[in-house]
Design a protein around this ligand. Structure first.
Ligand code: UDP
Ligand code: MN
Length: 308
């Protein structure tokens, strides 16, 4: 719309009216209204073209999926993942001690044991690897987790992509209590939620960047030593206690610390992660019908994978 079009009745006004006080007031009011309309039009034009365009669709290659593993599990656990969900997900990173060709393997010099230091050392490598990448989300899983990439993408897509998101499932029904080491051997009691590493969890890039002072390089191990708790607890501590951001509790992540038989068969395609493991001398795994017997496919991952 041209500005001239807006002002043309004004010229008409000047031509036909004698300039008494009332007419001047009317003209001024008219000029004021025209100016407002003009400003509104120009302001709306100056809004950037892309302001209303939503974020590009999230793809699996936008997610840094770090699988924590170790040499002695390569032939057993890792081989199972490689033949099931990993073969459907080209982009992922394996954090381990020895090389396996064809994947983005990050070899660490972490100790090969289950100690708090060794596990935190690997989480630190996972975090640093993500930070050095250009991926939009960081997700950690263990080598006894099955990941459903479609369910993961629909979960992550539902969050504001520029938000501070920490999503996973706690294995405890209340926040954990830690004794944070302070200067001079003093301690302070702190309570926070954390997402069980064995069920997998994800962090948005924006949040991961905010975690850097306590998580990047050697800082992660230092923070973990301060609360004397493992890697997954350390992530919860940094997010909830250092940054004051609450974890998002999500029931779609599963570790073998819970009874996996309780997951309804029909809801399995919606679950983001699954797991398996021995509990009280018995295999704890999901219930899924398939052509493979429980002897041939004790984890049920092969049967699960066939259904996808
Ligand atoms: N893990 C490791 N080094 C070890 C033992 C375990 O990196 O010496 C990894 C293992 O590959 C898995 C995670 O730590 O991804 C958890 O190990 P596991 O499932 O054996 O124990 P959980 O904590 O679940 O009982
Ligand atoms: Mn495990």
């Amino acid at each position: 719309m041209s500005v001239i079009c807006l002002f043309s009745p004004l010229f008409h006004f000047f031509g036909v009216l004698r300039m008494d006080g009332k007419a001047v007031k009317t003209i001024l009011l008219y000029i004021y209204i025209c100016l407002c309309v003009y400003l509104l039009i120009t302001c709306s034009r100056s809004v950037p073209e892309d302001a209303h365009v939503s974020q590009p669709e999230l793809k699996v290659e936008d997610v840094y999926i770090a699988v924590k593993t170790t040499g002695r599990f390569h032939k057993t656990r890792l081989a199972l993942l490689l033949e099931t969900w990993i073969s459907r997900t080209k982009y992922l990173f394996l954090i381990s001690l020895s090389l396996s060709p064809g994947y983005n393997m990050v070899v660490t010099d972490c100790q090969s044991d289950h100690s708090q230091q060794a596990l935190s050392c690997k989480m630190s490598a996972e975090y640093d690897g993500f930070m050095a990448s250009n991926k939009r989300w960081f997700c950690h899983v263990d080598d006894d987790n099955y990941v459903n990439p479609e369910a993961l993408l629909s979960l992550l897509s539902a969050f504001p992509q520029e938000g501070d998101i920490y999503v996973g499932k706690p294995s405890l029904d209340k926040p954990i209590t830690a004794h944070e080491l302070l200067e001079g051997n003093a301690t302070r009691e702190v309570q926070f939620w954390f997402a069980t590493g064995g069920a997998g969890f994800c962090l948005s890039r924006r949040l991961a960047e905010k975690m850097a002072p306590w998580a990047s390089g050697s800082q992660f191990m230092r923070t973990s030593a301060k609360i004397r708790l493992p890697d997954d607890c350390t992530v919860g501590f940094i997010v909830e206690k250092r940054l004051g951001i609450s974890m998002v509790h999500c029931p779609l992540f599963h570790s073998h610390l819970e009874n996996l038989l309780l997951i309804g068969q029909r809801s399995i395609p919606q679950q983001v992660t699954l797991s398996y493991g021995i509990f009280e001398n018995k295999m704890n795994s999901i219930e899924v019908k398939g052509s493979f017997s429980k002897e041939d496919d004790p984890s049920r991952f092969v049967s699960r994978n066939i259904h996808s």
